[in-house]
Design a protein around this ligand. Structure first.
Ligand SMILES: Cc1cc2nc3c(=O)[nH]c(=O)nc-3n(C[C@H](O)[C@H](O)[C@H](O)COP(=O)(O)OP(=O)(O)OC[C@H]3O[C@@H](n4cnc5c(N)ncnc54)[C@H](O)[C@@H]3O)c2cc1C
Length: 445
């Protein structure tokens, strides 16, 4: 049995702690905040409650596997449901495309933009099936010492960017914006994102987008409720300030916290390793990476029950040109709980908005100006401060980012990085998979 210290109790930290405890280890979970779940949580005001960060997930199998392997199956606790539409994209020329789950529906929807585009979309998304099959083992299991398989290595070495592959595959700029959206929404420039990462669109279409009625934050709450059942020693309000590494720097011995040192045989860092002095020194490539910052997040409480039936992406007029103030990307997520006769929305703003959010929405044809009864407006700085870091991990700055960022395996005995900062693809499932990989490396007690 090893003593495992997990730093950070976001989805990845919770998953890593539960998996290691189930494998028979003594686990201590240290969280700087007063609550568990990290970005997976809620904010509330005036009778409204919204998911503060994630409100949906791809690859539901990741969550199912986590629940099954750490206690009762998901279905016994929570009702994960598929969304009918991943999102609706609205363009400044008045056209729109509603991306529904499934290949046939997607083709039909895209075809409405212009005849022939449906086929191009299907071919583009379908081309990622083999990419997913080749790379999947590298997301789900530790990469063997000999390296990933030949095809995976070829893909990961490629210098092709997502922007370039989209220009080749999709003749219409609107469709390119749809395909690049998951990355643009997370603050990346598609010219800096590797082409293979576009497989996210394939995952969306093939496995769907899922949510929890009542809010995705329930996922964090249910995982947190499992910690005492698995015997995890949870300490909140404890900030880890550094790692203790044996002289020679090849083995971890514990962590330094603002409440004293904690010994460990294994440390699973479910936070940004850049923030710890030794962490950054052990992984020198990190110094050349930048964090991907959250958008401005504006939660709205609206009078009346009229709402949107899908996440709605309002594309800026001057998409693709940098620094055009007044033309940010707006993503409207309907959802959250509201008092009777009222509705909850969350708006993500990417770019500089020179007017208030309801006015900007009205300019895009979503006029709720006279319905707003509650607003909770959180800047990226406030969010990073509330979450003690960015849950979006590392910003892509070209193919070299892959080698510079942290991986689960660090080269230091007993030290693994998990979560958004070690995940090569965005979102909860990939953060969750890093925890599964780390648990496999730690092994059974
Ligand atoms: C606005 C927004 C919306 C999003 N929507 C979605 C979505 O719909 N679907 C999706 O899949 N993904 C979404 N994401 C991404 C998702 O939030 C992340 O993939 C996920 O939360 C990452 O989990 P994590 O455990 O790695 O990090 P976090 O959730 O950031 O958790 C890190 C934890 O570590 C703690 N911590 C930090 N430093 C220390 C320290 N020194 N000592 C101790 N503890 C520390 C923090 O307090 C925090 O609890 C969204 C992100 C944002 C910003």
């Amino acid at each position: 049995m090893s003593r495992v210290v997990v730093v950070g109790a976001g989805l990845a930290g919770l998953a890593a702690a539960l998996r290691c405890a189930k494998q028979g280890h003594e686990v201590v979970l240290l969280e700087r905040g007063t609550t568990l779940g990290g970005a997976l949580g809620t904010v509330a005001t005036d009778g409204f409650t919204w998911d503060a960060g994630p409100d949906r997930t791809l690859l539901p199998a990741v969550v199912r596997d986590l629940f099954r392997k750490t206690g009762r199956p998901l279905e016994r606790e929570l009702d994960l449901v598929p969304l009918e539409a991943h999102r609706e994209h609205r363009f400044p020329d008045g056209t729109a495309v509603r991306l529904e789950a499934g290949r046939a529906a997607a083709i039909r929807a895209v075809e409405t933009l212009s005849p022939g585009l449906g086929r191009a979309w299907a071919a583009h998304v379908g081309s990622y099936a083999s990419t997913w099959e080749a790379l999947r083992p590298t997301f789900e299991h530790p990469v063997p010492d000999a390296g990933p398989g030949e095809e995976a290595a070829r893909l990961l070495r490629s210098r092709a960017s997502l922007a370039r592959s989209l220009r080749r595959a999709l003749p219409d700029p609107r469709l390119r914006a749809v395909a690049a959206h998951p990355f643009v929404a997370d603050g990346h420039d598609p010219r800096e994102v590797p082409a293979w990462a576009g497989l996210v669109t394939y995952l969306e279409q093939t496995f769907g987008t899922w949510t929890l009625p009542g809010g995705l934050a329930l996922l964090g709450e249910h995982l947190a409720a499992r910690l005492p059942l698995r015997g995890v020693d949870v300490r909140t309000g404890v900030r880890v300030t550094d790692l203790r590494v044996e002289p020679g720097r090849r083995a971890v011995r514990g962590v330094v916290t603002d409440a004293g040192d904690v010994d460990a045989d294994v440390v699973l860092l479910a936070t940004d390793p850049r923030t710890l002095p030794v962490g950054a020194a052990l992984l020198p490539g990190l110094r050349r990476t930048l964090p991907a910052l959250p958008p401005r997040v504006v939660h709205l409480g609206l009078e009346g029950s009229e709402t949107l039936d899908a996440e709605t992406v309002l594309h800026p007029v001057h998409e693709g040109r940098r620094g055009r103030p007044g033309d940010p990307l707006l993503v409207v997520r309907p959802g959250g709980t509201a008092p009777a006769g009222r509705t909850a929305w969350t708006v993500h703003v990417r770019g500089t908005l020179l007017e208030d959010v309801p006015t900007a929405l009205a300019r895009h044809g979503l006029d709720v100006r006279d319905r707003v009864v509650a607003t909770l407006d959180r800047s990226p700085t406030e969010l990073v401060s509330a979450w003690h870091g960015t849950p979006l991990g590392v910003r892509w700055a070209g193919p070299r980012t892959l080698a510079q960022r942290a991986e689960v395996r660090t080269g230091v005995d007993g030290l693994h990085v998990v979560g958004a900062h070690a995940a090569a693809l965005p979102g909860l499932p990939f953060a969750g998979l890093t925890a599964a990989v780390a648990a496999e490396l730690v092994g059974k007690a």
